[in-house]
Design a protein around this ligand. Structure first.
Ligand code: GAP
Length: 436
């Protein structure tokens, strides 16, 4: 059983994100803008690392998956065929008392704002952002911002398959922005109107769909554990038939224990041949596969693991946040996996003395090509260690007067806080050995 979520954890992580430059409310000098967020100097590094970790396991380490970066703007035809124009809605209710709007399926029959039960009947609210492509704002120029990246993988299916000569089972992976006009946004970057998503569309012979669904559900579950989510904070929940998206025959959510309770982290769906058939019918283009070994032509089924990059970052930050005591003082430490930490290494001259500065810069130049490094000369060395712990930097390198004499530096470990002397010329190897 997982521990009950710490009620203060959420505020601590949100505050750390803001103060240390992970995530800022967007347009904050104008009072913020409707739950949009900017990823600051550390956030952009950590978010890149989350995306890189996903790309590595989904594309780099496989020979059956290729990448794609499709357009964000797309014509209504795409969303008509995919079913989103009709089905991509959430049920919305208004509170007649305080006039707030809510997602009906999230609030039961009581307004969370004022406690009134005087709510309107639920009605469908469409979640796609609509705009116009070109200088004329009429119906003929309507375009939509994509609410998922998946459709680009379906509309480009034949082009990718021809270009790469891949045969099912094979996949197309994509990372990119998606936009949903969510009725209610809440919980920091958990649910926002603009977010980044990492999706794989894995095309399989229909008879193999169940087996690949199990494969991906298991592989994706393991990925979260590998990068630092605690096993008792992760679980799988299968959707009831009435919960399934319009395209799905089977969906399982990988859920994370957020501070407010269990919530969806990633979805794995069997989208069947719904999308390819729908686009083939609407476009008139064949979106199928001819298998020369059996002389059969078929429309592949699609297994789709889909994970929000920004939501995943939030789960990693919540999992990594820790506090302990060092020398009678409280220490905040982000125990991020080194592959996700914004900086892997901090180079810290012991003091601001000019002779140390030159040697420190030489040490920085040694490690910088291999690791993302911070270089910090402000405040006392103890304070600087704390600052690095707080943003999850796994290793600190301190340069002192002995460095100038014997060419050794102090290597400090974030988690154990042990310090060892290491010769400069062995530093990169030593760091590599430590991170495996
Ligand atoms: N193509 C399938 C699809 O879009 P989804 O469950 O609606 O499925 C996939 O979204 C993932 O994207 C979710 O599991 C979640 O991690 C993330 N996500 C969805 N809506 C989001 C939002 N408004 N803000 C942040 N992340 C979101």
């Amino acid at each position: 059983m997982a521990d009950a979520p710490d009620p203060t954890l959420y505020d601590k992580v949100v505050n750390l994100c803001k103060v240390r430059g992970f995530v800022f409310p967007s347009a904050e000098i104008y009072g913020g803008f409707r739950s949009t967020y900017d990823y600051g100097p550390l956030g952009v590094l950590a978010l890149r690392n989350v995306k890189q970790a996903w790309w590595r396991s989904m594309v780099q380490l496989r020979d059956d998956v290729v990448g794609l970066d499709a357009a964000i703007l797309s014509p209504p035809d795409v969303w008509g065929a995919s079913g989103h124009l009709t089905n991509f809605t959430d049920p919305m209710v208004d509170c007649r008392s305080c006039k707030e709007r809510w997602r009906a399926d999230q609030i039961g029959d009581t307004c969370p704002n004022c406690g009134s039960t005087d709510l309107t009947e639920p009605r469908a609210f469409h979640l796609m952002f609509k705009t116009h492509a070109g200088p004329i704002e009429d119906e003929g120029h309507v375009a939509y911002l994509r609410p998922e990246t998946a459709q680009g993988m379906f509309t480009d299916f034949a082009s990718v398959q021809r270009a790469t000569r891949k045969r099912p089972p094979f996949g197309i992976a994509q990372i990119g922005k998606a936009f949903r006009n969510e009725i209610t946004t809440h919980n920091f970057i958990f649910r926002t109107r603009e977010f980044e998503v990492m999706e794989l569309e894995y095309f399989v012979p229909p008879a193999e769909a169940d087996q690949w669904f199990e494969h991906w559900l298991d592989a994706r579950f393991q990925w979260h554990l590998e990068y630092g989510i605690k096993p008792d904070h992760l679980r799988t929940r299968f959707h009831d038939p009435d919960e399934l998206s319009h395209y799905s025959a089977r969906t399982a959510d990988i859920e994370f224990l957020f501070p407010w309770g269990w919530g969806e982290l990633e979805g794995v769906a069997n989208r069947t041949d719904f999308d390819l058939k729908a686009h083939a019918a609407a476009s008139g283009e064949a979106l199928d596969y001819f298998d020369p070994s059996t002389n059969e032509r078929y429309v592949p089924y699609v297994i789709e693991p889909a994970l929000g990059a920004t939501r995943s970052l939030m789960a990693f930050l919540l999992s990594a946040y820790d506090e302990d005591e060092v020398g009678g003082e409280r220490r905040t430490v982000l125990r991020l996996d080194w592959r996700l930490a914004p900086y892997q290494v901090a180079v810290l001259p012991l003091s601001k003395k000019p002779e140390l500065e030159a040697t420190s810069r030489e040490v920085l130049a040694l490690v910088q090509p291999h690791f993302m490094c911070d270089y910090d000369t402000t405040q006392s060395i103890g304070r600087r260690y704390r600052r690095q712990d707080e943003v999850g930097t796994p290793f600190g390198i301190t340069v002192d007067h002995d460095t100038m004499r014997d060419g050794t530096v102090t290597l400090r470990d974030r988690d154990t806080m042990t310090q060892v002397r290491v010769p400069e010329d062995r530093l990169v190897d030593e760091l590599r050995a430590r991170i495996g």
